[in-house]
Design a protein around this ligand. Structure first.
Ligand code: KE4
Length: 431
């Protein structure tokens, strides 16, 4: 299938005149894989259609937001019904209460929740709340985890920061990051040492319970349990950043899978059904420190926006149907098992990490369990692989350090097409 990208190339030239890098989020610019970004026109189910008329099976899924696929009928209907009443009121609406109630019912550790506009706002607010609640200032994050672009979290961060080779951004005051302590993911010994040294100064530990921003990396057995025990012992809050894993791995998120109860949880992506929604929530006694009830301030003009909330609510209500997560896992296991056979047949130096409907194909033969081992991946090979898949109509994340998402809308036919394309791509990539 010979693809034509002339309109995307032209649009990219135009975009770069008005927008830094021609994109509104760095990872979209294809810097890590080379070539020109593809401009999309439309999404439908598991397909993306670009402005040149090329069609792709989509494994980006709006960076994890679109677990139902593009333009799910229930989401579109909810948006149409809401749009008929308006787009934004800046007042409380019953829709917001309904989404909050749905989240509280889904996640036992969340007794109250505040809706915001993005995952960044959710983690930023949760950390401010942790500092306000504990009266402490230091925070711990893990190397390679990405929690959005708040200054004090852009330290050895993953996702786009890692992709662009700038895990710590320019423009951040040393004073700000002086209170951010970074520990290797899955390293309980290092974490123990920090707590022994600084325990009474730590306001919170924030973690992706399953990392998605170094590519998929699972917590080693005992790691999350040890983290929970240490935070409890030293009086620091445990914040699960479930912006990716929330409602992705289970209806109750990663904390349902691993049986760990954090003090605060950050959500995003899926709870907006493709529109901008983030949220942070937890125990009532902590959340009641948030303004206007308590002294920790946080606000947002469009927080709880009716359209975004309606799309999120329709998504969560659809995910509640029996068997939904079993279907996602079944599809994912089918893809992974077929790709694994092809890797073995080709004796390719590729490792696949996956859980639920989250998958990363690492171009390294070693087990990827943290930032250092993720960085062993051959990003040049990944770039060649990415473009070979793109040329065969498969759209993957334009970075080795991201996650592929399987949605409810991926069909057997599209999965077979993907497996076939993978076989050709790894032959070409020379892995
Ligand atoms: P947003 O501010 O982008 O909505 O959410 C930030 C965030 C927080 N926590 C986790 C675990 C996240 O994965 C994210 C954002 N994810 C990236 C993709 N890995 C967003 C894509 C992008 O930056 O363009």
């Amino acid at each position: 299938m010979s693809q034509n990208f002339s309109k995307s190339i032209d649009s990219y030239q135009k975009a770069q005149q008005f927008i830094p890098g021609g994109v509104n989020s760095p990872v979209r610019a294809f810097k890590a894989v080379g070539g020109q970004p593809v401009f999309m026109e439309k999404g439908e189910g598991a397909f993306l259609y670009d402005i040149d008329g090329n069609r792709y099976v989509d494994y980006l899924g709006g960076w994890g937001s679109l677990i139902l696929g593009h333009r799910h009928p229930r989401v579109i209907l909810a948006l149409e019904e809401t749009l008929n009443k308006g787009t934004s009121f800046g007042t409380p609406t019953e829709l917001e209460t309904a989404l909050a109630k749905e989240i509280v019912a889904a996640v036992p550790s969340i007794e109250m929740v505040r809706l915001v506009n993005s995952g960044t706002e959710a983690t930023m607010s949760a950390l401010r709340l942790a500092r306000g609640y504990t009266g402490r200032n230091k925070i711990i994050k893990f190397e390679g985890c990405y929690h959005g672009h708040a200054d004090y979290l852009l330290v050895k961060a993953g996702s786009g920061a890692l992709t662009l080779g700038m895990p710590t951004s320019a423009g951040i005051s040393p004073n700000i990051i002086a209170e951010t302590i970074v520990v290797p993911y899955n390293d309980l010994t290092a974490l123990n040492e920090v707590f022994t040294r600084e325990g009474e100064n730590i306001a919170a530990v924030i973690i992706e319970p399953v990392a998605g921003n170094m590519g998929v990396i699972l917590p080693q057995p005992g790691f999350l349990e040890g983290l929970r025990e240490l935070t409890r012992r030293f009086g620091a809050l445990l914040i699960f950043d479930e912006v990716i894993t929330g409602f992705r791995l289970a209806y109750g998120g990663a904390q349902e899978i691993y049986g760990i109860e954090p003090d605060l949880t950050c959500l995003g992506k899926i709870i907006g059904g493709g529109l901008p929604v983030g949220a942070y929530g937890g125990k009532r006694q902590i959340m009641e420190q948030v303004a206007p009830v308590g002294p920790v301030y946080q606000a947002g003009t469009l927080a709880g926006n009716p359209l975004a909330v309606a799309a999120g609510l329709a998504t969560l209500r659809t995910l509640k149907q029996p068997g939904i997560y079993d279907d996602l896992v079944r599809k994912t296991k089918y893809i992974v098992s077929n790709l694994t056979c092809l890797i073995q047949e080709a004796e390719a130096e590729i490792t696949i990490n996956y859980i639920g409907s989250m998958v990363t194909i690492f171009f390294t033969p070693i087990k990827v369990k943290d930032y250092q081992t993720a960085c062993h991946s051959d990003t040049e090979k990944y770039a060649r692989f990415f473009h070979r898949m793109l040329a065969q109509g498969i759209y993957l994340p334009p970075s080795q350090f991201e996650t592929c998402f399987i949605s409810l809308s991926h069909t057997e036919e599209q999965i077979s097409q993907t497996i076939e394309a993978f076989k050709k791509a790894i032959a070409f990539t020379g892995t």
